[in-house]
Design a protein around this ligand. Structure first.
Ligand SMILES: NC(=O)c1ccc[n+]([C@@H]2O[C@H](COP(=O)([O-])OP(=O)(O)OC[C@H]3O[C@@H](n4cnc5c(N)ncnc54)[C@H](O)[C@@H]3O)[C@@H](O)[C@H]2O)c1
Length: 383
């Protein structure tokens, strides 16, 4: 694809406008149309996109415009399946916001449709593109911490913000907190471990947030705190620690990868990367600078610009999307497994959610204060 790529942005709310601001900072990209049925969102988005962008109350007008090369779908989660299905019927490149869809069934339908259509579809897992996170991923994959065994992801932040029509107050619209918000973290777990999840154990609840709100008489039903443990096929394990009444935390996000030779950790918004080695017991911290223009173009630590830079580069080079529909599907499936684990109070195998990866046999010695002797008897571990 040569020349300036013409984008259409579907959904002119908070995230749609963040996309428009970042596309304006990218060479070779222009926002040519914005679609939103809600006039205030549409005009706010158009003011950022500039006078040459066309306004469409119905996204299907935008999809019918042959001059648009690529679309960004930034509509509420429960509308992704319908809008994406229509977009997949065109030959436009697509960046669909996370979560891919709110159910695994819809994600599978999208995967089949994208395969049939051969579309270029990229799922908006932009946390991969936060500069300190990308550096942590590179560090781990370069072998700096040896063999990765444990991964901690902590997000302690503020409650869900108000959204247009309050769509994000109910799990039927969002997929549930562990799908809506935490698909980012499950995606990071797969990216960092380069492995597939096999089992999920979770504990969580709605203890603090939104309990005093009413929408047509109904109280929101959103988990606001959880611990989620994920076992990976290769034996590594990951923990998500989520608190959405954690405004007092200095770090909004912290990711710690620990291997048999060392440890790499990053924090946001401090944008620090700390790498330590077991052999020396020492660590060094580097601040990963992010250009102020990118920080102020959104609320995601510059990641939206880097995501678009990578999207456009892949589109021009004809290489596959870095974040595939499959990646989007598995991240949703992990969230669904975590929500189910909480509701049913039990571990949930990913095979139950329809993912094929087999569960590894658990070696109970991992959890036992006894170890097996050659003869098969057990004896207490020393110390
Ligand atoms: N990647 C991230 O980190 C990130 C961050 C925030 C939001 N998001 C995602 O972006 C999406 C939008 O979230 P938001 O925060 O902008 O919500 P929002 O409520 O601020 O905006 C959504 C907009 O979509 C419009 N809309 C609804 N149905 C539509 C349709 N059929 N066609 C066109 N427009 C339609 C609404 O009128 C509204 O203006 C969600 O899927 C959300 O999960 C992703």
């Amino acid at each position: 694809m040569r020349g300036t790529v013409r984008y259409g942005v579907i959904g002119g709310g908070d995230m749609g406008r963040e996309h428009i601001r970042n596309l304006a900072l990218l060479d070779g990209a222009t926002v040519a149309a914005v679609a939103d049925p809600f006039e205030p969102s549409r005009s706010a988005a158009l003011r950022i996109a500039g006078p040459n962008a066309v306004a469409c109350p119905d996204y299907r007008e935008l999809l019918a415009d042959a001059s648009i090369d690529a679309v960004v779908i930034a509509t509420p989660n429960h509308t992704h399946a319908v809008v994406l299905e229509d977009a997949l019927a065109t030959d436009k490149a697509i960046l669909v916001e996370k979560p891919l869809c709110t159910t695994v069934e819809d994600c599978r339908r999208m995967e089949a449709a994208a395969r049939r259509g051969g579309n270029f579809v990229w799922v908006g897992m932009e946390y991969r593109y936060m500069p300190p996170v990308s550096r942590l991923v590179e560090t781990v994959h370069a072998g700096a911490i040896g063999r990765l065994r444990m991964l901690h992801v902590r997000e302690h932040r503020w409650p869900f913000l108000p959204k247009v029509g309050d769509w994000n107050r109910f799990a039927r619209n969002t997929g549930g907190t562990l799908v809506e918000k935490c698909c980012h973290f499950f995606d990071l777990m797969r990216l960092i471990t380069r492995d597939e999840p096999v089992r999920v154990y979770a504990s969580g609840a709605q203890d603090v947030n939104h309990l005093d709100e009413r929408y047509c008489g109904a109280v929101p039903d959103l988990i606001d705190n959880a611990f989620v443990i994920v076992d990976f096929a290769g034996g590594g394990r990951a923990l998500l620690d989520l608190c959405m009444f954690g405004e007092a935390s200095p770090a909004e996000q912290e990711i710690v990868a620990t291997g048999d030779a060392g440890r790499a950790a990053c924090t946001i918004p401090a944008s620090e990367l700390t790498i330590g080695r077991r052999a020396s017991g020492r660590s060094e911290t580097t601040v990963i600078e992010v250009a102020p223009a990118l920080l102020s173009a959104g609320s995601h630590h510059g990641s939206t610009w880097f995501e678009h830079e990578a999207f456009l580069a892949a589109l021009r080079a004809g290489t596959p999307p870095a974040v595939s529909v499959r990646d989007g599907l598995v991240a949703v499936a992990m969230g669904v497994a975590a929500e189910r684990s909480i509701t049913e109070g039990r571990p949930v195998d990913m095979a139950e959610i329809g993912l094929k990866e087999p569960s590894p046999q658990k070696d109970l010695r991992e959890f036992s204060p006894f170890q097996k002797r050659d003869g098969g008897d057990t004896e207490p571990l020393p110390g």
